[in-house]
Design a protein around this ligand. Structure first.
Ligand SMILES: Nc1ncnc2c1ncn2[C@@H]1O[C@H](COP(=O)(O)OP(=O)(O)OP(=O)(O)O)[C@@H](O)[C@H]1O
Ligand SMILES: [Mg+2]
Length: 505
């Protein structure tokens, strides 16, 4: 057995020698003779060579598109080669978190192991000339060669290559720089180099660690996100599009936008922040959403303000009446002008586009709506299936305060904590206000001063809430008195009227 293994090793080195031989002889022989010799030596070596090799070229097809497989292999090998290869090349890769990426140099070799199988990767570069009647241009062709023993053909073709491509894509997705897209108004969509979306690099530092939330709620949301992200097979199995809708609602300053940023960082997805008021009609909305990519979060903030979803018909009626009035022609012209400016996106249009985009586009999409007033929304918009999870972000609780204190002051516990806990049970304050009170106002300011300021603010809030509640109770009592008085008066009047009527009879 040992002798056999040694023989295979020998034959392996024959292949390497032949490849080296090619590289040298390419320099000396003219192309037709070179190809002729190449074909016959290949046939000869394949008879005795127990190794198989697979070639992955950088460019493919007639249009010379960069091969996705080549890119994935390059990423996979870069992750492995920086430690194993002795000759590396450094490249600036667009959209990557690391400005310089190290990968194996041209004509280098590294070994890999998968399920006990040894594999060799070679990076090759061929220089050549393209000569035609009109021009002569030099080119570089790059490719990877994967070599393995014949007896591992099944493992390599069925599992290893898939593993390399999946792993390569996953590494690229982990390393990519996130982007924040915003939609351009449609008057800017046409013309040279125009696009429907503009983007900037997304660098919001929010994470679920720094988000001040009830720990149970946080855990629940994280579980939901992980389940979604890893749920490709599940969604295929149940025949559902791979998407999930979240509705975040709560008072201003409770962390809705911050949570979206934390979600994007956690999932490693781009954000498409859709400004609905800049979208003139349903058709435009459709075009915009078709251009979003997968692994993204589509955000519509303050959905109740972005669209007058319920008010549209009422307004129209009012308008029609106005148009019947005297200077109808002038008014109509004015309204037409106004109409052009106004967004005509309707609720049904939005719903159709959302449902359509889910079925038409590839998976891994999250859509998030935010609102301050959940009751104002049309139930059709937020039903399960469209908005699968409703998350209420509310006033700060004691647990959430502790997270903020850790973020802003690096403090885990303090003698003032019991008092603060008590106050959080008695009054309400948004996390944004708590954060503001915990922010040191100067470099010298101590944590204790910040906690005292927070206690003072909480006590003031408590007093104000008490005062407000008293005023409201007083107002209510007055209104009730007023109503009672009115009722009594009406009753008395009714009685008097009845008596009057009797007398008249
Ligand atoms: N839960 C939270 N955890 C950590 N920081 C928070 C939280 N809520 C609010 N903040 C802080 O308060 C600021 C405002 O929060 P954010 O913009 O997320 O609120 P919002 O709910 O989106 O408000 P709005 O309804 O006005 O859009 C943020 O910059 C953030 O620093
Ligand atoms: Mg917000």
């Amino acid at each position: 057995m040992e002798i056999m293994a040694k023989m295979w090793e020998q034959v392996g080195s024959i292949t390497a020698t032949v490849m080296l031989f090619y590289a040298v002889f390419d320099k000396f022989f003219p192309p037709p003779l070179r190809n002729y010799i190449r074909t016959y030596t290949k046939k000869l070596t394949s008879l005795i060579d127990p190794y198989i090799s697979i070639k992955f070229s950088e460019f493919e097809g007639e249009r010379m598109k960069r091969s996705e497989a080549y890119t994935a292999i390059q990423t996979y090998l870069s992750a492995n080669s920086s430690e194993r290869s002795s000759r590396l090349k450094a490249e600036v890769v667009k959209d990557s978190q690391t400005p310089l990426v190290l990968s194996m140099d041209d004509n280098e070799e590294i070994t890999d192991e998968f399920q006990g199988v040894k594999l060799w990767w070679f990076s090759r570069k061929l220089d050549g000339n393209n000569q035609s009647f009109f021009y002569r241009a030099s080119y570089e062709k790059r490719f990877y060669n994967l070599k393995f023993h014949r007896r591992h053909r099944d493992v390599v073709t069925r599992s290893y290559i898939k593993h390399v491509l999946d792993e390569g894509k996953a590494i690229a997705s982990r390393n990519r720089q996130l982007k924040l897209y915003t939609n351009n108004p449609s008057n800017n969509w046409y013309g040279w180099k125009s696009t429907k979306w503009s983007h900037v690099v997304f660098e919001h530092p929010a994470s679920f660690d720094t988000l001040a939330l009830d720990p149970k709620m946080k855990e629940d949301i994280l579980k939901d996100l992980v389940k979604f992200q890893k749920g490709k097979e599940y969604y295929t199995k149940v025949g559902k599009a791979w998407k999930r809708g979240y509705l975040l609602y709560g008072p201003p300053g409770t962390g809705k936008s911050t949570m979206i940023a934390a979600m994007a960082n956690f999932l490693n997805y781009d954000i498409y922040d859709l400004e609905l008021t800049a979208v003139k009609e349903n058709a435009e909305l459709r075009k915009l959403l078709i251009e979003t990519s997968s692994k993204s979060i589509l955000v519509i903030e303050d959905i109740d303000c972005s669209l007058d979803l319920t008010g549209q018909r009422k307004k129209k009626k009012k308008k029609d009446k106005e148009e019947e009035s005297e200077d109808a022609v002038v008014k109509k012209a004015l309204h037409e002008e106004e109409d052009k400016e106004m967004s005509k996106v309707t609720l049904s249009g939005l719903l159709n586009v959302i449902d359509g985009i889910w079925s038409a586009c590839g998976g891994e999409r999250v859509i998030v709506f935010t609102t301050n007033y959940v009751d104002k929304l049309d139930p059709a918009l937020i039903r399960r299936g469209r908005m699968d999870k409703h998350i209420e972000l509310s006033y700060c609780c004691y647990e959430a305060f502790k997270v903020l204190a850790r973020n802003y002051l690096d403090v885990e516990s303090h003698r003032l904590y019991p008092r603060i806990e008590e106050l959080f049970q008695e009054t309400q304050m948004t996390p944004a206000d708590v954060a503001e009170n915990l922010t040191p106002k100067s470099v010298e300011e101590e944590a204790e001063t910040c906690f005292e300021r927070l206690i003072e603010a909480l006590e003031t809030a408590k007093l104000e809430a008490k005062k407000k509640a008293e005023e409201e109770a007083k107002k209510k009592a007055e209104e009730e008195d007023e109503a009672k008085k009115k009722e009594e008066e009406e009753e008395a009047k009714k009685k008097a009227d009845e008596e009057e009527a009797k007398k008249k009879k």
